[in-house]
Ligand binder design. Structure first.
Ligand code: SAM
Length: 272
């Protein structure tokens, strides 16, 4: 067996009680579309496969992917040797149940990547560094609250299920871990009219989180807009909850669409 590869964040689960607890939390049923990200040496793969009947896995490490392919028949396990950060999860169908003890070195970009496939996802269960889970569920105004919190809380109901110490893994990571469940909202509680604009404004706000809103979002909103929105422009971006970010983005989207309509109308009136 090849030695664990640090560059792929390989820390393999070796504690049977933790593995059992994870499988119990996921509760796979026969015929469901289960997808495991980073199966590694298969600590979760076998037990998940047993209950779901079939499993799709995405593993970046060629040796590990080949070993899994050799261990299970094709009818039971579909192996993609690929980078999950670039993987098109939408191509796997709908009602996906994503599971993984994720590589901690790329977990934040991976969560941002996965967030975009929420429409195809039924739920996601992930093992992550404890601090990342704290950021995912953080409340506005706390040090942990940031772009990741807003992006995920916009789309998912997030539940921190349990904590796991380093000794459940080989090699043991230097950090504590936590297991988390994300379920996409059937109907978004606070839908953004233009999601790309919402994302852009949240990114702009948190790239200058110590600044006042007035300055951090000056490219989008002017002084009078803050009054119209009922938001104090002296607040810091990190104090805004999802509904307030959505309200700000929708205000800008609305104004653009009104301006666009006006331009369209004046274009038409200029026509000979
Ligand atoms: N699931 C196994 C377990 O619990 O023992 C392994 C977990 S280990 C923390 C993370 C796994 O993700 C490794 O097998 C690693 O090779 C794989 N991995 C790392 N980066 C990846 C990426 N970008 N795409 C897909 N798999 C990746």
């Amino acid at each position: 067996m090849s030695a664990p590869r640090k560059r792929f964040g390989q820390h393999f689960l070796v504690e049977p009680r933790v593995i059992a607890r994870i499988v119990e939390a996921v509760h796979p049923q026969l015929g469901e579309r289960l997808v495991e990200i980073g199966p590694g040496r298969g600590a979760l793969t076998g037990p998940l496969l047993e209950q779901a009947g079939h499993l799709t896995v995405i593993e970046i490490d060629r040796d590990l992917a080949a070993a899994l392919q050799a261990r299970y028949p094709e009818g039971q396990l579909t192996v993609y040797c690929a980078d999950a950060l670039r993987f098109d999860f939408g191509a796997l169908g709908s009602e996906l149940r994503l599971v993984g003890n994720l590589p901690y070195n790329v977990s934040t970009p991976l969560l941002f990547h996965l967030e975009r496939f929420a429409a195809e996802v039924r739920d996601m269960h992930f093992m992550l560094q404890k601090e990342v889970v704290e950021r995912m569920v953080a409340f506005p105004g706390t040090a942990q609250y940031g772009r990741l919190s807003v992006a995920l809380q916009y789309r998912f109901h997030i539940e921190r299920l349990f904590a796991i110490g380093p000794r459940a893994f080989r090699p043991a990571p230097r950090v504590d871990s936590a297991f988390v469940r994300l379920v996409p909202y059937q109907r978004l509680p606070y839908p953004a009219q233009v999601e790309a604009l919402f994302r852009e404004m949240v990114t702009a706000a948190f790239s200058q989180r110590r600044k006042m809103l007035r300055n951090a979002l000056s490219a989008y909103l002017e002084e009078a807009d803050w009054a119209a929105l009922g938001l104090d422009p002296q607040r810091r971006p990190e104090t805004l909850g999802v509904p307030e970010f959505v309200a700000a983005a929708n205000y800008v989207a609305e104004r653009h669409s009104v301006a666009g309509q006006r331009e369209g109308a004046s274009d038409r009136s200029n026509r000979p």
